[in-house]
Design a protein around this ligand. Structure first.
Ligand code: ADP
Length: 454
C-alpha cells in the first residue's frame, strides 16, 4: 500500500483510492475516523465495505460506469456506512487515472450532515406539499361531488316544482268541475225538494180523498142496508101469504127478488168491511191460540155445502201450531177461502186444509187451502186480490160472489202482520196460503185431525 502524504492523511476530508476491480488501495485517516474502521479493515478490501446497500447498487450501475466513460465524477452523493452500521452522507469527487501501470480512482469524500438535514426537511416539505395537494384534490373532488349533487337536487326541485304547478292547475280544474257539479247537485236537490213537497201535498190530498171515499162508502152502505133489509122483510111476508095468496109464478118472482136482495146485502156488507179496513177503522184483538181451533169451528159451517157438492174434505192441522192473531178475523179468512174452494171445485173434487211452520222462519205459521177445481189462468192470478175482480166468466158463478172476499181477506191478513198468497194452475186447482205470526206459546200436542166429508 502506498504511504500517504501526512498532509493528505490528515486533510479535513476523506480520501480513498480504489482499483477498477473495487479493491481499496489507499484510505486516509480522516475517512477511516469518519467511518470508525481500522486501516486494514478497509485497505485491500472491496470499496463496497464502506457503502450502504443503496450506495453499492448506485456504484455498480452509475458511478463506476460514469468514471469509465468520462474519467471523472463530481459532487456525487453517497450514503456511506460506518463500521457500527450507521449511515453517513457524503459528497464525492472522483478522478480515474492510470498509476504505476494500473487504473485507479482517487476519490475525495466530504461529509454533508447539514445537506442531509436540508434534504430531509425538503423531503418532509415535499411530502407535506404532496399531502396538501392530495387533500386539496380530495376537497376539490368532494366539492365537485357536492356540486353535482346540488345540481341534481336543483333539477329535482325544479321538476317537483313543475309537477306541483301542474297538480295545482289540475286541482284548480277539478275544483271548478266540483263547483259546477255541486251547483248541478244543488239544483237537482232543489228540484227534488220541490218534487217531494209536491208529492207530500199530493199524498195529503190523496189521503183526504181516500178518507172521504171510505166515509162515503160506509155511509152509503149503511143507508142502503136499511131499505134492503126492509125489501127482504116484505118479500118474506109476501112468501108467507100474509098479504093474500101467492101464485106459483109470483112465488118464483119473489124467490128471485129474495136472491137478489141477499146478494146485494152481502155486497154492501163486504163494501162496508173493505171501507172500514182501508180507513184503518178495524180493531184487531190479537192473542195466541191453536190454529186447529179455527179449523174445527169452520168445518160445521161449510159441511152442508161440501156434502151438497159431493166434495172430499181433508184437514191436517197439528194442535201444537199456534198463531198470534185475531181469532175471528182468521175464521173469516178461512171461511172465505173455503167458500171459494167449494164454489170453484166441480163435484167429486177435493178440498184440503193443512198448516205448517217454516223450518227457516220460526216466527211464521202457514195455513193452506187447496182444491182440485177450475183453477185460475196464470195471467189473471195477480188480479184476484183486487176488489171487484172476478176471474171466472161463467154467469152462474158471477152471481154467487161479490169479488171482494180475497181483497178483504188479504187486507185482514196484512193487518195482523201476515199475508195471503195464491198459486194456481188453470184446470188443475188452486192453493191459497195464509201466513200468520207464530203464537207466543206452544199448546199441548194431540193427534192430528183428519176430517172428511163426502
Ligand atoms: P168472489 O166473491 O167472486 O169469490 P173473491 O175475491 O173471493 O170474490 O174471489 C175473486 C175471484 O177469484 C173469484 O171470482 C174467482 O174468479 C177467483 N177465485 C177465488 N178463489 C178461487 C178458487 N179457489 N178457484 C178458482 N178461482 C178462484
Amino acid at each position: 500500500m502506498p504511504e500517504l502524504d501526512p498532509l493528505l492523511d490528515t486533510a479535513p476530508c476523506g480520501f480513498v483510492s480504489f482499483a477498477d476491480d473495487g479493491r481499496v488501495v489507499a484510505a486516509n485517516g480522516t475517512l477511516l475516523a469518519m467511518l470508525g474502521f481500522a486501516q486494514e479493515e478497509v485497505v485491500g478490501r472491496s470499496i463496497e465495505t464502506i457503502f450502504t446497500v443503496g450506495a453499492r447498487i448506485f456504484y455498480q450501475t452509475h458511478f463506476f460506469p460514469l468514471l469509465r466513460l468520462h474519467g471523472r465524477a463530481d459532487e456525487i452523493f453517497f450514503l456511506l456506512r460506518t463500521k457500527a452500521g450507521d449511515d453517513v452522507a457524503a459528497i464525492a469527487n472522483a478522478v480515474r487515472r492510470e498509476r504505476d501501470g494500473e487504473w485507479v480512482t482517487d476519490c475525495v469524500m466530504l461529509r454533508v450532515s447539514e445537506r442531509q438535514k436540508f434534504e430531509d426537511a425538503l423531503l418532509r416539505a415535499k411530502k407535506a406539499a404532496e399531502d396538501a395537494r392530495s387533500a386539496a384534490e380530495e376537497n376539490q373532488r368532494q366539492l365537485e361531488d357536492a356540486n353535482a349533487q346540488l345540481q341534481r337536487q336543483a333539477l329535482e326541485l325544479e321538476l317537483s316544482h313543475q309537477q306541483l304547478i301542474e297538480q295545482a292547475e289540475e286541482l284548480e280544474q277539478q275544483g271548478e268541475e266540483l263547483h259546477a257539479l255541486n251547483d248541478e247537485l244543488q239544483a237537482l236537490n232543489d228540484q227534488l225538494t220541490a218534487r217531494g213537497e209536491e208529492l207530500e201535498h199530493q199524498r195529503a190530498v190523496a189521503d183526504d180523498a181516500n178518507r172521504a171515499k171510505s166515509a162515503f162508502l160506509a155511509m152509503m152502505s149503511h143507508e142502503l142496508r136499511t131499505p134492503l133489509n126492509a125489501i127482504g122483510g116484505y118479500v118474506q111476508l109476501l112468501e108467507m101469504g100474509i098479504q093474500g095468496p101467492v101464485t106459483e109464478k109470483q112465488a118464483h118472482a119473489l124467490e128471485r127478488i129474495a136472491r137478489s136482495q141477499r146478494h146485494l146485502l152481502r155486497l154492501i156488507n163486504d163494501v162496508l168491511n173493505l171501507a172500514r179496513i182501508e180507513a184503518g177503522r178495524v180493531d184487531y184483538n190479537l192473542e195466541s191460540f191453536p190454529l186447529r181451533d179455527v179449523a174445527d169451528t169452520i168445518l160445521p159451517m161449510v159441511e152442508p155445502q161440501l156434502v151438497a157438492r159431493m166434495l172430499r174434505y181433508e184437514v191436517s192441522v197439528a194442535t201444537r201450531l199456534s198463531v198470534y192473531a185475531d181469532r175471528e178475523k182468521v175464521q173469516q179468512i178461512l171461511l172465505n177461502l173455503l167458500s171459494n174452494a167449494i164454489k170453484f171445485t166441480p163435484s167429486g173434487g177435493r178440498v184440503t186444509v193443512d198448516a205448517f211452520a217454516d223450518a227457516t222462519r220460526s216466527d211464521c205459521v202457514y195455513l193452506r187451502v187447496r182444491d182440485t177445481g177450475v183453477g185460475i189462468a196464470a195471467d189473471r192470478l195477480g188480479d184476484v186480490f183486487e176488489p171487484f175482480v172476478q176471474v171466472d166468466d161463467s154467469h152462474a158463478r158471477r152471481a154467487e160472489g161479490t169479488g171482494l172476499g180475497l181483497a178483504i181477506s188479504r187486507d185482514l191478513a196484512r193487518g195482523m202482520g201476515g199475508d195471503l198468497r195464491a198459486r194456481s194452475q188453470h184446470g188443475v186447482g188452486s192453493s191459497f196460503t195464509l201466513t200468520l205470526p207464530g203464537g207466543k206459546h206452544v199448546f199441548e200436542p194431540s193427534p192430528v185431525t183428519a176430517g172428511q166429508a163426502t
